[in-house]
Design a protein around this ligand. Structure first.
Ligand SMILES: Cc1cc2nc3c(=O)[nH]c(=O)nc-3n(C[C@H](O)[C@H](O)[C@H](O)COP(=O)(O)OP(=O)(O)OC[C@H]3O[C@@H](n4cnc5c(N)ncnc54)[C@H](O)[C@@H]3O)c2cc1C
Ligand SMILES: *[C@@H]1O[C@H](CO)[C@@H](O)[C@H](O)[C@H]1NC(C)=O
Ligand SMILES: *[C@@H]1O[C@H](CO)[C@@H](O)[C@H](O)[C@H]1NC(C)=O
Ligand SMILES: *[C@@H]1O[C@H](CO)[C@@H](O)[C@H](O)[C@H]1NC(C)=O
Ligand SMILES: *[C@@H]1O[C@H](CO)[C@@H](O)[C@H](O)[C@H]1NC(C)=O
Length: 588
């Protein structure tokens, strides 16, 4: 058989297998209800000492484990103050862990093994809802799902939020998390913060810890709203809400030809608009999503398929498929699997329904609190791992990287045009991005010192990750070129809770107000109790997030400047990018 015919045959077989697996996966998740809640990221030998801390994927970009000597689980602000005081008195480094710890980066690590962890797991109460003033005050460990529900119960809503509701208020603020909007103050949650209470270190004469109350208009809010957790522990947050409204949402699939113009315009046309670009197909899925009057008919529900409970067997099958495509697959096979899955997801409206049960067509109109975010894999009892969230580390299921960066809106058209050039060189390479393609959302310039410096397009891409360090990945050079292009050529800034190490090297220089942030940090925490090796690196205080070692660029721990940073023994050497020739990527 000719090589071309062989590869076409393999493609067909692989494609069919992909379809089968995907169907299995879908059936599996629909036939089961309940799910096991994700594990706690903090595990200690006796409940409170000799601990390991990790994130929701049980793996940081550098694959190293983090330790802490102590863990505290305060249940009130008073207990929180005592926990901070005890750590400060004992001269321990402190970091905050949340119920699930969804950040990919090493933010949670106190460094070394003598530090302390304070978990906000039990700081999860809604303190008060003031319907008249449209304010909600919550403890910082409250999960976004519960905040959304508490607000809705009072006829109110937070307009712009991340799409996954398993994040805590403290964690999503610390990393500048966002949904999508160019309207009002834009898509980031911290734009709705009007006040907060934060526990910071204090001199021995004041009992080693103190509560600072940052009320409406307090200038330090600009530091505390997006803090990476280095100022102290946020105890409570007050957010301003809006009267509950409805949204009308349609996903519209179109040709990509005018994408470069649309990317600059779409966010102004639709209040909650976003864009998913499928570069290999040459198609774009536009989220046409607008506020409508609360009296508009419709009881739509967003129960995103990806955030539903999955059976472990379906996830294991999915991973086996991913690994096979990675090791033995062809680009054609990967693309046919991706196209099939993307078409399936769109046909199911990604899990949207018009009435909470069935999808009968666009637009889907529903209340904001049912449309803005989802995550039913969390809404569960402990069922002994019968079903889980798809990234649950107890299952050998999907394992992936998530890169997130923001490009100035004004430069987004040129960025898209460059990506199209890169795509045109090898369209099928882009299938490594899977069904989520290139997700583009909107965030506006912020007064928060570590928020977005200018109105921006926040770009997300996900891609396969190996469990073995240094393993070559299909088309990793293309991904690396995109990331370097975004960060270095187009002035992009990394999402604080996503990305691999190299993205943070030099990033702080792109935040014009970073020095204002550091002044507040020095005032609140002069000894650096809440600073870690990682936070010092990303804030440019000491060292670099880059880890320069053999093979580092294969793992995104550095940008290669020498073949040894790649895997010359496997044929991967440090080469210039193809479109952005200043990029340095590992290529064969
Ligand atoms: C499925 C999924 C979907 C996602 N969707 C989005 C999205 O739509 N938009 C988006 O922007 N991001 C998204 N993310 C990324 C996510 O927003 C960030 O990783 C988020 O910050 C994590 O929140 P967390 O509560 O898990 O915080 P963690 O990761 O546990 O903590 C983040 C940081 O905040 C600090 N911190 C937490 N609480 C406090 C506190 N009370 N006081 C002081 N410091 C504190 C921690 O120490 C740490 O430094 C998503 C992630 C996943 C897994
Ligand atoms: C600390 O925990 C590790 C496992 O994480 C365990 O092997 C070790 O024995 C523990 N040490 C003590 C002193 O308990
Ligand atoms: C707070 O979290 C605990 C443990 O995670 C849980 O049992 C409890 O129901 C939560 N309380 C609220 C008010 O959500
Ligand atoms: C790749 O193909 C070889 C030969 O067909 C097979 O032995 C191996 O198990 C395959 N690897 C994966 C991960 O499927
Ligand atoms: C949903 O669709 C199914 C058929 O697919 C139908 O039997 C059922 O009645 C519908 N439910 C609602 C609430 O419309």
């Amino acid at each position: 058989m000719s090589p071309a015919l062989t590869s076409r045959l393999i493609a067909t077989v692989e494609g069919q297998r992909a379809m089968l697996l995907l169907l299995l996966l879908v059936l599996a998740q629909m036939s089961l209800t309940g799910s096991s809640p994700p594990p706690d990221p903090v595990a200690c030998t006796d409940g409170a000492s000799n601990c390991t801390v990790t994130n929701a994927y049980a793996s940081f970009p550098d694959r190293r484990t983090c330790h802490a000597a102590k863990a505290a689980y305060p249940r009130s602000e008073q207990e929180l103050v005592a926990a901070v005081a005890a750590a400060v008195a004992a001269k321990r480094k402190v970091r905050v862990a949340t119920r699930y710890s969804h950040s990919f980066t090493k933010l949670v690590c106190p460094g070394g093994s003598t530090g302390a962890i304070i978990s906000t797991r039990w700081l999860n109460r809604t303190v008060r809802v003031d319907a008249g003033k449209r304010l909600i005050t919550v403890e910082s460990g409250v999960v976004l799902r519960d905040l959304i529900r508490a607000a809705a119960a009072a006829g109110l809503s937070l307009p712009y939020t991340p799409y996954w509701y398993g994040l805590t208020v403290g964690g999503l603020l610390a990393t500048g998390a966002h949904g999508s909007s160019l309207w009002g103050k834009g898509g980031a949650v911290h734009e709705s913060v009007v006040a907060l209470r934060i526990v910071t270190p204090a001199p021995a004469s004041q009992g080693f810890a103190t509560v600072r109350e940052l009320g409406t208009g307090h200038p330090d809010l600009n530091a505390a709203k997006v803090s990476l957790g280095v100022l102290g522990v946020i105890s409570q947050v007050t957010l301003s809400l809006q009267p509950l409204f409805k949204r009308s949402l349609s996903f519209v699939k179109r040709d990509e030809s005018d994408l470069a113009e649309q990317v600059a315009a779409w966010g102004y046309l639709h209040e909650f608009g976003d864009i998913t670009w499928l570069p290999e197909e040459g198609k774009v899925i536009y989220r046409e999503d607008d506020r409508v009057d609360a009296s508009s008919p419709g009881n739509g529900l967003n129960d995103n398929l990806g955030f539903r409970p999955f059976s472990p067997s379906s996830l294991v099958a999915q991973r086996i498929q991913d690994e096979r495509l990675e090791k033995n697959g062809t680009d054609a096979a990967r693309c046919s699997a991706t196209r099939f899955a993307a078409a399936y997801l769109l046909s199911q409206a990604y899990g949207l329904t018009n009435d909470g049960v069935n999808f009968t067509g666009y637009p889907v109109v529903g209340y904001q609190h049912r449309m803005q975010a989802s995550g039913t894999c969390l809404d569960t009892k402990d069922d002994g791992l019968q079903t889980v969230c798809y990234w649950d580390p107890r299952i050998r299921g999907p394992f992936f990287y998530n890169t997130g960066f923001s490009i100035p809106l004004s430069r987004a058209p040129a960025f898209v045009a460059d990506l199209k050039r890169l795509r045109d060189l090898n369209p099928q390479a882009f299938c490594v991005l899977g069904t989520s393609g290139v997700l583009m959302r909107y965030v506006r310039a912020s007064t928060a010192y570590l928020g977005k410096p200018v109105d921006s397009v926040a770009v997300d891409i996900d891609y396969y990750r190996s469990h073995a360090s240094g393993t070559p990945r299909a088309h990793a050079d293309m991904i690396d070129e995109i990331e370097q292009m975004a960060l270095l050529k187009y002035g992009g800034v990394p999402h604080w809770g996503k990305n691999r190490n190299f993205a943070f090297h030099g990033a702080i220089a792109k935040f014009p107000k970073a020095s204002e942030f550091l002044k507040v940090k020095h005032r609140y925490d002069p000894e650096g109790t809440f600073s870690s090796e990682w936070s010092d690196q990303v804030l440019g205080i000491k060292g670099s997030a880059n880890i320069l070692e053999k093979g580092c660029a294969m793992e995104g721990l550095c940008v290669c400047s020498d073949d040894s940073h790649c895997a010359p023994e496997k044929g991967y050497r440090c080469r210039p990018g193809k479109v952005y020739t200043e990029a340095r990527v590992c290529a064969r």
